[in-house]
Design a protein around this ligand. Structure first.
Ligand code: ZN
Ligand code: ZN
Length: 579
């Protein structure tokens, strides 16, 4: 994939914001304008060049972009501001948009809540529910009120809603880092903080930049189109707030200080305290500029490796810098080993456009898998019971023939498995029939609905699915969406025991919105006779790389390599899939 230009990125951001705000404004996902922005998004996303170089007429030649949208795109690139967008932003503040992220709350309901009850934020809604104001409103009733109360409780159980999910923070950070790295004079730019530690949510973005002259970097940061306000601007540090409410702190250091700054802004509090103590024990001081003697003479500062080495330690991977005992292990040479991304030769959860929510066709996905260096790839569409996105038998049989042909052309270079992602019903029932399921090379089974069943029912449906002989792996076990939907309630001990008993593996899903199973489950499974499988759950060819996120997530839980199926050589991968 060629890098996406900043102007295209800005335009995609604008279109998705317009879509969201228009949805709120018109109260109907099927409204003409909402759909127009949606098709324009897909069209622009697929356009390979730099669209900001196109004229108004040329823009309209891109599939999905009409005259009115083309006008807004030119307005964005020419003036940096779009009148219609500004008007919508003024009318629908961020707190109102927040309401739509509550399951069961749609644009129509938001409109009613605003006009009838003056609800403009989540707290208002909680109060209205507590005071039982909704049950008397026409079209709402007690059922709706109870559902909302439950949704709000589940939302609260997810933790701090002001933190940003990694699925939003990481692409944003990568984009800003790439743009800063391209500025003249800049020799290095990196995101640090909890994001570099691969935490599931982040409080703010910490970016460290090495450059001889800080001013151009600071100018750039305050001028980014996403910036809503500047919190503070100093000589070497600037903090801004984005329109989506994310605080970004950018610090510029000299090339010499880079290692010390990266260490300081990456480790969590406990990790950094222990590092400073090691420095003190040796008669030195450690801060964001250097590891130094009391008189100021530098001991180490240029790279992280030099600082760890001076303190008697090997370099510690950022995901491990959580003060969980990693410094003691590092000292003994017993740090948990991480999966080397290049050693991942198999992916067992991949969709194509045959699934309703897939975006790339089979040949493109297979080519991307080959280019990634995979030796085994399982194509696993959604099975028929999933509304809208599920695939019927005939289409799957057609796909099987297509796979056979692609396989012939590939020879021995890569093996394509024809798999399927089954849906786990409320009682553990699965799609199709046993005969049809067994004809696949590989079946995984996942929960895609009924997220609010109680712990006994959820545990039972997973265990029943595991007991089915066709099921080799459970996909995204806890069915959570980070920042949007909490994990389902499960008796983790019972699920792990069933995995040991049946030999069913548990997926480590690398999709950033999911990162599922959760760290808690991975830690609980550590040392048990349970296998875990890193997957991308790609819905587009360029999402196959997400398998590397699964590797980071597994590493964060210290999952041993011998419990990770993907580390096997290709012949054993195939044997595992068809066992
Ligand atoms: Zn799924
Ligand atoms: Zn999937």
């Amino acid at each position: 994939m060629p890098p996406v230009s900043a102007s295209k990125r800005d335009a995609l951001d604008m279109l998705s914001e317009l879509k969201e705000l228009t949805l709120l404004d018109e109260g109907d996902p099927q409204a003409f304008r909402v759909r127009a922005y949606e098709t324009a998004l897909h069209g622009l996303d697929a356009y390979a060049g730099d669209p900001s170089k196109l004229t108004l007429n040329e823009l309209q030649k891109i599939a999905g972009i009409g005259k009115s949208t083309a006008g807004k795109l030119r307005e964005l690139w020419d003036n940096g501001k779009v009148e219609k967008l500004e008007a919508l932003r003024a009318k629908h503040p961020r707190s109102v948009l927040e309401l739509m992220r509550i399951p069961g709350v749609g644009p129509k309901m938001v409109h009613r809540l605003r006009t009838d009850l003056g609800v403009t934020c989540v707290e208002d809604l909680q109060r209205a529910v507590n005071e039982q104001k909704l049950r008397h409103m026409k079209g709402f009733g007690q059922k709706t009120e109870e559902k909302l109360a439950h949704a709000l409780a589940r939302r609260a159980a997810m933790g701090d809603p002001t933190r940003t999910p990694i699925s939003v923070a990481l692409p944003l950070a990568k984009r800003i880092v790439a743009e800063i790295a391209a500025l003249p004079g800049v020799t290095h730019a990196a995101y640090c903080g909890s994001l570099r530690r691969f935490s599931e949510t982040v409080g703010d973005l910490d970016i460290v930049v090495a450059a001889p002259n800080a001013a151009p970097v600071m100018d750039y940061v305050v001028g980014m189109t996403m910036v809503e306000s500047v919190i503070g601007r100093g000589e070497t540090k600037t903090s801004v707030l984005t329109r989506k409410g994310i605080q970004i702190d950018v610090r510029v250091v000299s090339e010499e200080q880079l290692g010390a700054a990266l260490c300081y802004f990456t480790g969590n509090k406990g990790h950094n305290i222990k590092m400073r103590q090691r420095a003190i024990d040796r008669g030195w001081l450690l801060n964001e500029y250097a590891l130094a003697e009391p008189n100021g003479k530098v001991v180490a500062q240029r790279t992280e490796e030099e600082i760890y080495a001076a303190l008697g330690l090997p370099w510690i991977h950022p995901v491990l810098r959580e003060d969980q005992g990693e410094i003691d292990l590092a000292e003994k040479g017993q740090l948990p080993k991480l999966v080397d991304p290049r050693s991942i030769l198999g992916d067992f959860h991949v969709h194509t456009s045959l699934s309703g929510d897939g975006r790339s066709n089979l040949p493109d996905v297979v080519a991307a898998a080959k280019a990634r260096g995979l030796k085994v790839v399982a194509i696993t569409e959604h099975a028929e019971n999933l509304s809208l996105n599920g695939v019927q038998r005939d289409d799957l049989l057609g796909q099987r023939r297509e796979i056979l042909e692609l396989q012939r052309a590939l020879g021995d270079s890569m093996r394509i498995l024809h798999g399927i992602e089954l849906n786990i019903g409320p009682n553990g029932e699965l799609d199709y029939d046993a005969h049809f399921r067994n004809a696949f090379d590989f079946c995984l089974a996942s929960i895609h609905d009924r997220f609010d069943l109680d712990v006994a029912a959820q545990t039972n449906r997973v265990v029943v699915a595991m007991e089915d002989p066709s099921v080799k792996m459970i996909g995204h076990l806890q069915a959570r969406m980070i920042g949007a939907r909490p994990p389902i309630e499960l008796d983790v001990g019972a699920v792990l025991a069933a995995a040991e008993r049946t030999g069913t593996a548990i997926e480590v899903n690398g999709g950033l919105p999911r990162l599922d199973a959760t760290l808690d489950v991975l830690r609980a499974g550590r040392g048990k006779n349970v296998k875990f499988v890193l997957t991308s759950d790609a819905h587009k060819a360029d999402e196959l790389d997400r398998i590397e996120y699964a590797a980071l997530h597994a590493a964060k839980a210290w999952l041993p390599l011998d419990q990770i199926v993907n580390t096997l050589p290709p012949s054993e991968l195939l044997a595992w899939a068809s066992r």
